[in-house]
Design a protein around this ligand. Structure first.
Ligand code: CP
Ligand code: NVA
Length: 309
């Protein structure tokens, strides 16, 4: 049994298997064929934070695969009233076939997985958001910005907060072997442990990783530009300070012009215009961004089927 807690546990070959399966299922459903790969299987979806995309894509996804999704907000289940996480895990995983959790610390996810009888999927933690990166990878492939056989031909630039999204990009790039430049303001660099892991993986994959403070240097001639909110869930009290500290890090037209002419722009969403991205950049790249959002559905269907194979 495998869990999907972070991309560090996955090889390039395994990531490719999941993505191949996701594309196969995407093609089937685009042709109106809904194969019951997970007939009668129950997916519990535990949310300790808000969600639009993760909730809808997992619930629609499991239903399309012939199974059923149970939406469990921590506000409604006993977990929110103090029932221990390990007890919650031992109860729920005797009744369902798969679990997805969105929570705060990575250690909560790990604790749940430790007591689980079934595969556990990370639906976002403070540390990383690996299912989002599966969708981002599918989108890069569809827009001809990534090829598993020639990963070194891709350069991606992440501009903004050294948060769960930045961490996930660092791990993905270092596992697959594409080049990544991360530009953050001083004081908002990525987690040191994640950085060291990425540097280690890059020794095998050949990925070139750069950790910068200058968004312009990061974006120069990039094939893919991406960013994320400056104020992640749980950081609402720091909003004012963060907005001040991130001045100069907005992905606007001037910055995008430094990237390759045919570069794409990705955003995991929700997007805050006038902060991490300008309205103009967002709307001129809406096709990529909403394909990326749709790919959450397809990527996670591939992942769920892969985990239950
Ligand atoms: N990108 C993402 O995970 O969106 P939600 O928070 O809406 O699930
Ligand atoms: N970094 C953001 C991502 C939201 C999908 C957050 O954690 O809130």
């Amino acid at each position: 049994m495998r869990h999907f807690l972070w991309l560090c546990d996955y090889s390039k070959e395994e990531i490719k298997e999941i993505i191949d399966l996701a594309f196969q299922i995407k093609t089937e459903t685009k042709n109106g064929v809904y194969k019951p790969y997970l007939k009668h299987q129950q997916l519990a979806m535990i949310f300790e934070k808000s969600s639009t995309r993760t909730r809808v894509s997992f619930e629609a996804g499991i239903n399309q695969l012939g199974g059923n999704g149970l939406f469990l907000s921590s506000r409604d289940i006993q977990l929110g009233r103090g029932e221990p996480l390990k007890d919650t895990a031992r109860v729920i995983t005797r009744m369902v076939d798969l679990v997805m959790i969105r929570t705060f610390g990575q250690e909560r996810l790990e604790e749940f997985a430790k007591y689980s009888k079934v595969p556990v999927i990370n639906g976002l933690t403070d540390l990383c958001h690996p299912v989002q990166l599966l969708a981002d990878l599918m989108t890069m492939i569809e827009f001809n910005k990534f090829d598993f056989n020639n990963p070194q031909n891709t350069t991606a630039a992440y501009v903004g907060d050294g948060n769960n999204m930045a961490h996930s990009w660092a791990i993905l790039a270092s596992k697959l072997g594409f080049n990544l430049r991360i530009a953050t303001p001083k004081g908002y660099e990525i987690d040191e442990n994640i950085k060291q892991k990425a540097i280690e993986f890059a020794k095998t994959s050949g990925a070139k990783l750069e950790f910068l403070y200058d968004p312009k240097a990061a974006v120069k001639d990039a094939d893919v530009v991406t960013t994320d909110t400056w104020v992640s869930m749980g950081q609402e009290e720091e909003k004012e300070k963060r907005i001040n500290d991130f001045r100069g890090f907005e992905v606007d037209t001037e910055l995008m012009e430094l990237a390759k002419q045919d570069s794409i722009f990705l955003h995991c969403l929700p997007a805050y215009r006038g902060y991490e991205v300008s309205e103009e950049v967002f709307e001129s790249h809406a096709e990529e961004i909403f394909t990326e959002a749709e790919n959450r559905l397809h990527a996670q269907k591939g992942l769920m089927v892969w985990l239950k194979k």
